[in-house]
Every structure is written in structure tokens, then in C-alpha cells.
Design a protein around this ligand. Sequence first.
Ligand SMILES: [Zn+2]
Length: 320
Amino acid sequence: MTWDDILAIDTDDAAPLGERVNALFEQQRRTWPLLRDGEAALTHLQKRTLTADDGTIVVQMNPARRRSTQAKTDAAAVAQRPCFLCPQNMPAEERGVAFEDLVVMPNPFPILPGHCTIASREHEPQQFAPRVEQFLRLTGAIGPDLAALYNGPRCGASAPDHLHFQAARADEIPAFGQLPAPAGATSPEPVESFGRRFFVLRGDEIEPLAAGLQSVLAALSAGMADSADGEPLVNVAARCVAGEWTVAIFPRIAHRPARYFADGPERLLVSPAVLEMGGILVATEPDDFARLDAALAREIYDEVSISAADFALVRGQITR
Ligand SMILES: [Zn+2]
């Protein structure tokens, strides 16, 4: 297939993006059994809510995510597989709608309702800094029901070689409902919750928000030795309600916790990406789901998040 084939149903480009995405999901449910089955499975997943003094998260048992959770995303493995975000490798039923040079397509293995992938029409590396303003425009256009999401190439993107965002139902991302009240300032606010250390930006204009995001990225790049691909490890989740953006940026120190690579009873196949950092911890194995309690979840979040010392350092370096 080509992008023209994928976009064949996207005929009314004057309609708002949110409406076109809704129509896309309806069309794909009618014509693509894999998506229908994926959405049906989502409605009866086992879930458990874990509550602590400083936050609430949800553990989800979702075996359909196994391939993604256990994906090898190192350069050698990626070079050997056909890119699933290039149209020639997509299922014949897959369709999408356009947003600028990106294409929004439903994810047939959803973690949340409305889960979609938003891929570049070019096969180009995953990189956030040049796309920050576009990400914020996308957040505004695809909201308010859906949040826009970004996974860094070394901390959750399953296609680090093909630029893409995601979107999913914003109300079901626990972190958005648990942020401290706005401080009134537009500078990035530090937040600590459930072992995670992250920054929140709020505002009603794209330009200052983009500047704030860039200042966080710059401070992270300066403060962390390991930025071989020019990008610090980050996941970003953003929503826009009535012209007000809320952006959470999660600096990371590791892609996967040590337990992921352990043998024996220590082994736990959790691979945190943006929705995990937002508070939906996905388990794909029944034993892992049974074991994941608040202490273990906190241990994992603490281990893959920026260290407390670096968090303090970066807070001091962000230009205001
Ligand atoms: Zn590709």
C-alpha cells in the first residue's frame, strides 16, 4: 500500500481532526476485524488500582501488548525487520487521516480507548526537538478527548527509526487527574509521584509552551552524559482542554528495569513507555500482574525515572 491508499477515506480535510478521527475509528471497526477484536479485548481486561500517599496508578493485564513490550528496539534488530510504519508493510485494511505531514491510524493492540499511532509520511528517525511545536498543534487539534503522546527512541518507541506520536483517551491517563493545582507561572513545575520525577507545563499558547519544553530538553541534555542520538531519554504526554494545554514530560534514565533482564523469580516483563509513565502499568504475563503491588510498581518507576540528584540539578538548569 501507499499513503494515498491509506488516506483514501480522508476526503473532508476541512472537518476538524477530532471528527475525522472518530469517523476513521468507525470505518476501521466495520472493515478491520483485528481492530474490532483489539477494542473488544480492551473492554474486559483485568485491572487493579494501586494507591499511595502521592498518587494512584492502574495495573493492566494486557497479553496483546506482549509483542510491543518485548520488542527488540536496538539498531541491529530494527534494521533487520520491515518497518511497520511504512505503508508498504501495513495490513490491507489499515486506513488513516492526515494531520500536516503525519497520518493518524488506529492501533489494533490498544492500551486505552482511542489509542492511535500518528506516523510521519517519511521513514525518518524518532526525534522530538524539531517537532515540539507540531506536537503541541496536534495536541490542540486531536483533543480534548484524546491526549497526544511521545516516546523517545531509546525509552519506549517500538519504531525508533520511523518518527511517530500516539494518542489515547486522556481521561484514562491517571497522571492528568493527579497533578498539583497550577502555580500560575508558565515555567515547568517539578512533580514527584509514585516513584516518578517529571515536569509539568501549562499554558494557552503554543509558543511559550514550546519554549518551556525546549528548555527542559536542553537542561536534560546538558545534565546527562548519555545523549548519543542528541536526545535525552523522555516520554511526553499532553492534553488540551478549552484552549489550555497540560504537558507532562517524563525524563528517563533507563528504558527497562533490571528485573526485565533478570532470570528466575526476579524477572518481570514490564517495559515502561509513555502510558506507563502516565500511570497505566501494562503487564503481559499473569504472574507479573499478580505480583505487581504498590511497592514493586514504585520500585520500577523510581528505577527508570531520572535520579533524584539529576532531577534537582535539571530543575536548577531550566531557563526561565
Ligand atoms: Zn518506516
